[in-house]
Design a protein around this ligand. Structure first.
Ligand code: ADP
Ligand code: MG
Length: 243
């Protein structure tokens, strides 16, 4: 099966500091890949490189075989196909919930207002937030903001959705809700890359688990391989903290 995204020999530096060393990674349709690893191991930077929020210093990222840094590559189209949900929600604070869900559809996908609104309600419904459509996003709790952020991302009809610690900024009682929504999306076949410290989620929902350590992929495999039979000492050391 063809990969949607292939990361090849990716290196990323901030000034002198190389934070990603020769990363090779790919994702296929329908996969749910969770990325685990200590803080500072490069997980966010990898997602940000995939979404072109960071410049690559070396290596290639291919989207259906096409280099995303190639001269003829349509970066805007790519960004709409590869959505991102952030730890800090990143909603537009000056817009209502509904407007947050419509703006990208109108500006980037050139959908008309009626179409964009229908789509927005479809996904706000899905995440249980349609009753809040006309509220300002600043009035929402963290868990509600993250639901809206997920609805907004889904409105763009993404081919792959990247999640960067989507529950890390939430009060504990909100975490389960968001994880349930994500599990539902996974069950429906959405292709996802999820950076998380929620090991139960990683165990239950992933098709593949990637363990990052100090800027490299130290080990990857099925949840069973990683959680039950880790091969690397550093994987075992990391996982012990979650037992
Ligand atoms: P993780 O998401 O796994 O916690 P990050 O990708 O955020 O790790 O960070 C990896 C390394 O890169 C860390 O050492 C971090 O301090 C550094 N880093 C991340 N973003 C920047 C930046 N914008 N400028 C300088 N250093 C950064
Ligand atoms: Mg991070």
């Amino acid at each position: 099966m063809d990969a949607i995204i292939q990361v090849q020999h990716l290196k990323k530096r901030f000034k002198q500091l190389e934070v990603l060393h020769d990363i090779n990674f790919d994702i296929h349709k329908g996969e749910v890949v969770t990325i685990i690893g200590s803080s500072g191991s490069g997980k966010s930077t990898l997602l940000r490189c995939i979404n072109l929020l960071e410049r690559l210093d070396d290596g290639h990222i291919l989207y259906h075989g096409q280099d995303i840094l190639g001269h003829h590559f349509d970066v805007n189209a790519y960004r709409s196909k590869v959505g991102m949900v952030f730890q800090g929600f990143n909603l537009f604070n000056n817009l209502t919930v509904l407007e947050n869900c419509m703006i990208g559809q109108i500006k980037v996908l050139k959908r008309n207002k009626e179409e964009a609104k229908q789509m927005a309600f479809k996904y706000l419904e899905k995440v249980g937030m349609s009753a809040f459509a006309n509220k300002s996003s600043v009035q929402l709790s963290g868990g509600q903001k993250q639901r809206v952020a997920i609805a907004r991302a889904l409105c763009m009809s993404p081919e792959v959705l990247l999640f960067d610690e989507p529950t890390s900024a939430l009060d504990p009682e909100m975490v389960g809700d968001i994880l349930n929504i994500m599990k539902e999306l996974a069950d429906e076949g959405l292709t996802m890359i999820v950076v998380t410290h929620e090991m139960e989620f990683a165990k239950d929902v992933s098709t593949r688990v990637v363990f990052m350590d100090q800027g490299v992929i130290a080990e990857e495999g099925t949840p069973e391989q990683i959680f039950e039979h880790p091969q690397e000492e550093r994987t075992r050391t990391f996982l012990k903290r979650y037992l």
